[in-house]
Design a protein around this ligand. Structure first.
Ligand SMILES: [Fe+2]
Ligand SMILES: [Fe+2]
Length: 177
């Protein structure tokens, strides 16, 4: 079972002003395609740190997957799954509110009643971050599985287009990190 949104909010608020270790940052950049590096750089330090933790877990587990274990797509998917968060300028409280709003499915309703430039409008926009991230990655020419995982990573397994064993590894790493 996936981590519940309220647990995500608590974890997020506890994360503080985290930053990514320099060695981890260099490793992450080395895993990405040149077109993807500016997208990773635009992520907040806390999001970068989370994404590197996800990618390290995935790196350890990927030898058990079907297919060539040196295919870099899954590491890139781990590093960039939350990239859409960088599209919406919101503070910690707003992001926590956005997570809960997405959980209760109120994003579309909220987008219909508030202007996009208001704070509440940004909260509503934040609920779309998987689709926003997916669009960024598509424009950057990322592997279709990396594009898909950004959009699908909070959906149930039945709605994944990525290989099921890879999705399970990515999702469990996301919950653990
Ligand atoms: Fe996410
Ligand atoms: Fe995540």
């Amino acid at each position: 079972m996936r981590l519940q949104p309220l647990h995500r909010v608590v974890r997020f608020l506890r994360a503080g002003d985290e930053s990514v270790d320099q060695g981890d940052l260099m490793w992450a950049v080395s895993q990405l395609r040149p077109e993807e590096r500016p997208l990773f750089s635009a992520m907040s330090p806390a999001d970068q740190a989370h994404s590197v933790r996800v990618a390290r877990i995935v790196e350890e587990g990927r030898s058990d997957l079907d297919g060539p274990s040196d295919d870099p797509w899954i590491i890139r998917a781990a590093l960039l799954h939350d990239v859409g968060k960088s599209c919406v300028p919101l503070g910690r409280t707003g992001r926590a509110l956005g997570t809960v709003t997405a959980w209760v499915g109120a994003g579309p309703v909220l987008r219909g009643v508030v202007g996009p430039s208001s704070r509440l409008g940004r909260v509503a926009e934040y609920t779309r971050y998987p689709a926003l991230g997916s669009a960024l990655l598509r424009d950057a020419g990322s592997d279709p599985r990396v594009v898909a995982w950004a959009e699908e990573h909070h959906r149930p397994p039945a709605a994944w287009s990525v290989p099921a064993d890879a999705g399970r590894l990515l999702a469990s790493a996301d919950d653990a990190a």
